[in-house]
Design a protein around this ligand. Structure first.
Ligand code: UD1
Ligand code: CA
Length: 449
């Protein structure tokens, strides 16, 4: 068993943001939460998060995690000082402690497990993740002896020009034997360029310390500025897209597509360019989504097509065609075999099977039966300025072009609404409703000169 401690007290000055760095989102979750997620496989005995800058905001961001022990680092005097705050909490512990920077969000769960295994089989005092980078600028450099034992780490800004040539960097991911670390921690000094207490200074006094090179360099990217955050998002997206491509999903122009990790796709789904899938979205087999669509927290049955449309919190059953230019929001459900599109907005509306809402409509708070045809320009007037009201249409209803259904209003089955009607009262089944003024024609009429 290991405990885990995540350093999340720093402000992250280089982000140039009022939001603490670790709360910056990476694909719908904060960086800090991604670091916590990376520990899942390791199943830590305790989770410590060290907070300081905007501590309350950081705590609040993790309110849905119930097993976190927050440790306050009132002043941010460096990473070593941050870990010193654990001393009273882990006094006498001989446990191993995984220490992670809160700004290294792309770590794989398997990598952390391997780190701990290496640490424990070799009975190391500490084991840390390292990598050889072409551009090691900004990272602490790791110096090892000929047996690959870590001797010291020197921060980039404290390196001599010669030391800067060392390309082996510290990832900020460590497993420590707490008994041994605890003895050294109180004796750190702040004699360096930043006048901070560096955690990395403990390595001059610890042994044996092993460096473990990671295979995938992207995993250990530390995020200090927004450029690095943007790059991390690209890597994060590449991982998700690779997974779906190998699972039988076609992505056309993948670079222009974004997919949240919470999305579920089926084999033989095709995602066209400039399409974004967000939240708890589920897409059935044979669907064709895009180009130019955004789908959030929505469920699509099999063989649905969505073209240049926006869907939020909605359900669309099999074989339905959505778009071009439809907007479904606020709990819309569309039955199988429907057609919805060409400048149609629907909100909190249910459609049965084989309905058409094909042109220029707004349906809000409406419930439609099966095989309803909504004529071009039909609008539900669902809002009286104070409250929203429902509109109900039975099976096989047809509304003529440009009709207004003034809610609350109910139409039975097989009701036909004449074009241009303003329907203000309920209509029984099997009826034609004409609610407009009769056409008047005055023959041989001219404007008086
Ligand atoms: C650190 C390492 C560096 C390594 C790099 C990897 C040190 C001294 N340096 O540098 O060797 O290559 O990470 O990304 O450890 N934090 C606190 N309290 C503090 C200061 C920082 O909690 O007083 C937290 C920050 O919120 C952040 C993490 O520690 O999550 C790392 O701090 P940061 O200032 O980004 O360290 P680096 O300069 O990147
Ligand atoms: Ca950093």
């Amino acid at each position: 068993m290991v405990a885990v401690a995540i350093l999340a007290a720093g402000r992250g000055t280089r982000m140039k943001s009022s939001l603490p760095k670790v709360l910056h989102p990476l694909g719908g979750k904060s960086m800090l939460e991604r670091v916590l997620d990376s520990c899942a496989l390791v199943q830590p005995s305790r989770y410590f998060v060290i907070v300081g800058y905007e501590a309350e905001a950081v705590k609040a961001s993790l309110s849905h995690w119930d097993n976190i022990e927050f440790v306050l680092q009132a002043q941010q005097l460096g990473t070593g000082h941050a870990v010193q705050q654990l001393l009273p909490l882990l006094e006498g512990s001989e446990e191993d402690v995984l220490i992670l920077n809160g700004d290294v969000p792309l770590l794989r769960q398997e990598t952390l497990q391997e780190l701990i295994e290496t640490h424990q089989t070799n009975r190391n005092a500490a084991t840390l993740l390292t990598a050889k980078l072409d551009n090691p600028k900004g990272y602490g450099r790791v110096f090892c002896d000929e047996t690959n034992q870590v001797q010291k780490i020197i921060e980039d800004r404290d390196c001599t020009p010669e030391q800067k040539l060392n390309q082996r960097i510290n990832a900020g991911v460590y497993c420590f034997n707490w008994g041994k670390l605890g003895e050294i921690l109180p004796h750190l000094s702040a004699e360096n360029d930043q006048k901070e207490y560096y955690l990395t200074d403990v390595f001059t006094s610890l042994s044996p310390v092993m460096a473990m090179d990671v295979a995938d360099l992207e995993e250990i990217s530390g995020i200090n500025n927004r450029k690095q955050l943007a790059n991390a998002y690209t890597v994060f997206q590449q991982r998700i897209k690779e997974k779906w491509l190998l699972a039988g999903v076609t992505l056309i122009d993948p670079d222009s597509i974004t997919i949240d990790e919470t999305v579920e796709l089926s084999p033989d789904v095709t995602i066209e360019p400039q399409t974004h899938l967000r939240g708890k979205t589920v897409v059935g087999s044979g669907c064709r989504i895009g180009p130019g669509s955004m789908i959030e927290n929505s469920q699509l049955g099999e063989n649905v097509t969505v073209l240049y449309s926006v869907l939020t919190d909605s359900t669309v059953e099999a074989e339905t065609k959505v778009g071009p230019y439809a907007h479904l929001r606020g709990k819309v459900s569309v039955g199988a075999g429907c057609r919805v599109g060409n400048f149609v907005e629907m909100k909190n509306t249910q459609l049965g099977e084989k309905c058409n809402v094909a042109h220029l409509s707004y349906l809000g708070d409406a419930t439609l039966g099966n095989q309803v045809n909504i004529g071009a320009g039909t609008i539900t007037a669902n809002y009286d300025g104070m409250n929203k009201h429902p509109t109900v249409l039975g099976n096989n209803c047809k509304t003529g072009s440009n009709s207004v259904l003034v809610a609350p209003v109910t139409l039975g089955d097989d009701v036909t609404v004449a074009a241009g009607s303003v329907v203000t009262a309920d209509v029984e089944s099997d009826a034609l409703v004409i609610a407009r003024s009769r056409q008047v024609v005055k023959p041989h009429w001219h404007l008086k000169q």
